[in-house]
Design a protein around this ligand. Structure first.
Ligand code: FAD
Ligand code: DHB
Length: 395
């Protein structure tokens, strides 16, 4: 089957789905092609914090109705060190907030609106293959239920994540990602229990980092720093709750455990492609860059990229390609600020794992206690954190 569109979008994650809405609002034809089933896409538990800038973008396209009804607005976060808990008050410091609303919910809202609009979104596509993206006649080839599709497009967008196909069609000497590996990972759990805190707690402990977040008034999301190679089978629910209790412990406060409904390990890595543009192919979101999760920037960066790219593609479809020509440079300039912040948060709140020499762990722990003592007593440091956590402008 041969089809033609203006923008072929690979991937129906938050980046691909939002880009579809921006193009729909601008009257630009598009097709979204996703290799997993819709149910699978909706079942992935990932990020949960939306910057003010992300909420603003979803508002701009009328996609935030349920988010405003069900999302939890947080005016700050807690930083904890040596059992002392300190509230960083974003509203007071920078007059901005963040909203706790699961990535799955964002994706569901974006999918439902595409259903209402009757948008062309293919799920369960096989062998998705971008072709001729560096020429004048780009194509996307894929199979649906055994039928071969050949989609011709003016532009192809790779919104297919870090393990997607689009970044692999860019020659290695052009993509040239700058990377950093981290010596730790996160064990994340979802639990059917009311959160024991009103706002997110980020805690540094001699055993490593722990975090208490949430998804709703009755569902908690918690994370523990673990070594990258650990086996989930070694982490029973009881062991997880004991470690969380220990690392998040603070005088006069108790953590209420509950049934764990999901467990997973997230490795940590930073990677930023040298360019997000190759011929008629543009990368957005995780396809172009990933950050360690501390500070919750991955999802927000993906939404920011497609805001820039969507506006540029709408202008390009109307005949002006100058914004598209500068997309990669503008998105990467913003991305490197996000990389800096995510690295800063990660380094401040993690120590080397148990396999590191004890003297190195001790030094790193002590220096991070010093750093947290500084941040929790300096208004300037808190303002810097608040400005970045609530989200840089998308411009
Ligand atoms: P994705 O959400 O990855 O979407 C890409 C889509 O493309 C997927 O639906 C995928 O199935 C599809 N796809 C892949 N290959 C192909 C192909 N060949 N053809 C067609 N479609 C394809 N961020 C945080 O801020 N906080 C967190 O706690 C957090 N936890 C995370 C946990 C995990 C396990 C992972 C992987 C990421 C996590 N992130 C977190 C990062 C955040 O979820 C991502 O930054 C965000 O999902 C990026 O959105 P995206 O649309 O760019 O990519
Ligand atoms: C969550 C994830 C993060 O990476 C973070 O910094 C804060 C909260 C979450 O999943 O709720």
């Amino acid at each position: 089957m041969t089809e033609r569109t203006t923008v072929a979008i690979v991937g129906a994650g938050p980046a691909g789905l939002l880009l579809g809405h921006i193009l729909a609002a601008g009257g630009v034809p598009f097709v979204i092609v996703e290799n997993r089933s819709r149910e699978h896409v909706l079942s992935r538990i990932r990020a949960g914090v939306l910057e003010q800038s992300s909420v603003d973008v979803l508002d701009r396209f009328g996609l935030a109705e349920r988010l405003h009804a069900e999302g939890l607005v947080h005016g700050g976060i807690h930083l904890q060190v040596e059992g002392r808990r300190f509230h960083v008050d974003f509203e007071h410091l920078v007059g901005r907030t963040v909203t706790v609303y699961g990535q799955q919910q964002v994706v569901l809202d974006l999918m439902r609106r595409h259903d209402e609009l009757g948008s062309p979104v293919y799920y369960g596509a096989s062998e998705v293959t971008p072709a001729d993206v560096d020429g004048e006649d780009p194509h996307l080839r894929f199979g649906i239920d055994g039928e071969q599709h050949d989609l011709a497009a003016r532009f192809v967008v790779g919104a297919d994540g870090y393990h997607g196909v689009c970044r692999t069609v860019i020659p290695a000497d052009v993509l040239q990602p700058a990377e950093r590996a981290y010596d730790c990972a996160w064990l994340g759990v979802l639990a059917d229990v009311a959160p024991s805190t009103e706002e997110i707690i980020y805690a540094l402990h001699p055993d490593g980092f722990a975090m208490h977040s949430m998804r709703s008034p009755s569902v908690s999301r918690l994370y523990l720093q673990v070594d990258p190679g650990v086996d989930l089978a070694d982490w029973s629910d009881e062991r997880i709750w004991t470690a969380l209790q220990e690392r998040l412990g603070s005088p006069g406060w108790t953590l209420t455990p509950g049934p764990i409904t999901e467990k997973s390990i997230t490795p940590m890595r930073s990677s930023v492609a040298r360019t997000l543009a190759y011929g008629r192919l543009f990368l957005a979101g995780d396809a172009g860059h990933i950050v360690p999760p501390t500070g919750a920037k991955g999802l927000n960066a993906a939404l920011a990229d497609v805001t820039l790219l969507g506006d540029a593609l709408v202008a390009a479809a109307a005949g002006s390609e100058s914004a598209l020509a500068s997309y990669s440079a503008r998105a990467l300039a913003r991305q490197w600020k996000i990389q800096y912040f995510s690295q800063w948060m990660t380094d401040m709140l993690h120590i080397p794992g148990p396999s590191a020499p004890p003297e190195e762990r001790d030094f790193r722990y002590r220096s991070r206690v010093g750093q947290l003592d500084f941040v929790t007593t300096s208004r300037f440091a808190q303002q810097t954190l608040a400005e970045q956590y609530t989200g840089l402008a998308i411009a």
